[in-house]
Design a protein around this ligand. Structure first.
Ligand SMILES: NC(=O)c1ccc[n+]([C@@H]2O[C@H](COP(=O)([O-])OP(=O)(O)OC[C@H]3O[C@@H](n4cnc5c(N)ncnc54)[C@H](O)[C@@H]3O)[C@@H](O)[C@H]2O)c1
Ligand SMILES: N[C@H](CO)Cc1c[nH]c[nH+]1
Ligand SMILES: [Zn+2]
Length: 432
């Protein structure tokens, strides 16, 4: 963990080094992913089986057909889940669905009075591939967050890929998939899963868009298949920035930092505070929590390698640093969180006030937890129904509409030297 203060000389250089830390995409990951994608393109199902054995230490019985989870296994898994966990899933699913249904956009129709009607129609993609991470933890919550927006958008085919390390399939992941409307489940992970969803194999039909979070390999694979298929944002290793003033409870701040750090050694947790005393107290509280957390090895490694505590002189400085970090998650734990949030422009999702830990949003609040990481919140947004929709614009013209605006189009087409364009309009105007 690094300790920084904006009052220090040399702060700018150290902060830039923090921004430039290679947490997710290293040259090594780029090359490894390119070779995995090439292997899947070349070898199809056989390559998937080979890579699954190599990276997940598991080989299905019966070849590639064994990569697909049968309906009987989904039913059996649901039956094994504790009823209170299924109730919790249902609560989460209901709230996530309600929030995402509220996002559905309206079509546009504009009558311009000259004799033209202009429109924009929203439609769902045909097939979505959703990636649910599963290497270091199982994520039933990510199943809901991925699949529900796709279903709400109206996607017919939702193909889910999830790794099952050592052959272990998580019951609650299957129960969540069933509730969320996933139409097929494939036990394959990492870059090979993204490659299979994008390029297809004999068993897995290609999809139109791949969404979902994952580790550095998954994030890089999405980057590399973009263009062949659409992708949502790059949702890689988790991040949080906590803004806290002197009035907050350091133990709560520390556990919120570690809640992201425990995802992955590559995760990043940063505290920005106006109080040097708070900085000190949080550092100690982190050490105290680490002594008892079961995932202390992962959380501690993340905190040591990528954690930071930054003391700022005022919240103007604090907000400016947040914009430069553009974190996946932003917690605002100050006296007037709305006012400070209003000064921040770049963050994937914000959690306002001391009673709103980020973990609430991970599971049950309703907005999506698949969010842009690695500073991509400067230009990208969290997963939503929009990731599964696309737009088609349309124009309908009466003769008087063509007469009104056609001559201008003819002039522009002639200026571009595109005679067939000009003539296709001019002939209809009776000039060609
Ligand atoms: N941004 C979000 O919305 C969000 C949500 C949930 C989780 N996450 C993040 O997702 C990530 C989950 O990571 P995970 O590892 O637990 O699961 P994962 O499913 O993303 O990755 C596991 C797969 O990675 C591949 N892999 C691992 N080591 C490899 C290597 N050396 N070479 C090639 N491939 C390799 C394997 O194929 C394995 O199946 C974490 O970083 C977590 O922070 C992000
Ligand atoms: N915080 C993660 C996104 O970075 C999402 C998650 C799922 N389960 C727990 N957390
Ligand atoms: Zn989380």
């Amino acid at each position: 963990m690094i300790r920084l203060s904006t009052a220090q000389s040399g702060f700018e250089a150290e902060f830039r080094a923090l921004l430039d830390q290679a947490r997710d995409t290293t040259a090594q990951v780029d090359a490894a992913v390119a070779s995995i994608i090439a292997e899947v393109k070349r070898g199809g199902d056989a390559a998937l089986l080979d890579l699954t054995t190599r990276f997940d230490r598991w080989t299905p019985e019966g070849g590639a057909a064994g990569l697909r989870v049968p309906a009987s296994e989904i039913d059996a898994a649901q039956a094994r889940c504790a009823p209170e966990l299924l109730d919790a899933l249902d609560l989460a699913a209901t709230r996530i669905e309600r929030f995402h249904a509220a996002q559905l956009p309206n079509d546009v129709e504009l009558d311009d009075t000259l004799g033209l009607t202009l429109g924009m129609r929203w439609g769902a993609i045909d097939a979505a591939g959703i990636y649910v991470p599963g290497g270091k933890a199982a994520y039933p919550s990510s199943v809901l967050m991925n699949a529900i927006p796709a279903r709400v958008a109206g996607v017919g085919r939702i193909a889910m890929a999830v790794p099952t390390p050592d052959g272990v399939l998580n019951d609650l992941v299957l129960a969540a998939a069933h509730r969320a409307g996933v139409t097929e489940i494939w036990r394959v992970g990492g870059a090979q899963a993204i490659a299979a969803l994008a390029w297809g194999t004999d068993s897995i039909h290609p999809v139109d868009r791949v969404a979902g979070p994952g580790n550095a390999y998954v994030a890089e694979a999405k980057r590399q298949v973009f263009g062949r298929v659409g992708i949502d944002s790059i949702a890689g290793p988790s991040e949080v920035v906590v803004l806290a003033d002197a009035s907050q409870n350091p133990a709560l701040i520390a556990i919120d930092l570690l809640a992201q750090a425990e995802h992955d050694e590559s995760a990043q947790a940063i505290l920005i505070t106006t109080s040097a005393q708070m900085a000190h107290a949080v550092e100690h509280a982190v050490a105290d929590h680490l002594a008892t957390l079961p995932r202390a090895a992962i959380a501690g490694a993340s905190w040591d390698k990528h954690g930071a505590i930054i003391v700022v002189r005022d919240w103007e400085e604090g907000a400016a640093l947040v914009d430069r970090l553009a974190p996946e998650h932003l917690e605002v734990m100050v006296a007037d969180p709305q006012a400070l949030f209003a000064r921040v422009r770049h963050a994937g999702a914000a959690f306002l006030g001391a009673h709103c830990p980020e973990a609430l949003g991970d599971y049950v609040a309703g907005p999506n937890h698949v969010l842009p990481t690695g500073r991509t919140a400067r230009f990208a947004s969290g997963l939503s129904v929009f990731d599964f929709l696309k737009r088609t614009t349309w124009i309908s013209a009466e003769k008087r509409g063509l007469d009104a605006i056609g001559p201008a189009a003819v002039a522009l087409a002639e200026a571009e030297g595109l005679t067939a364009h000009a003539r296709s309009i001019a002939m209809r105007l009776g000039q060609g």
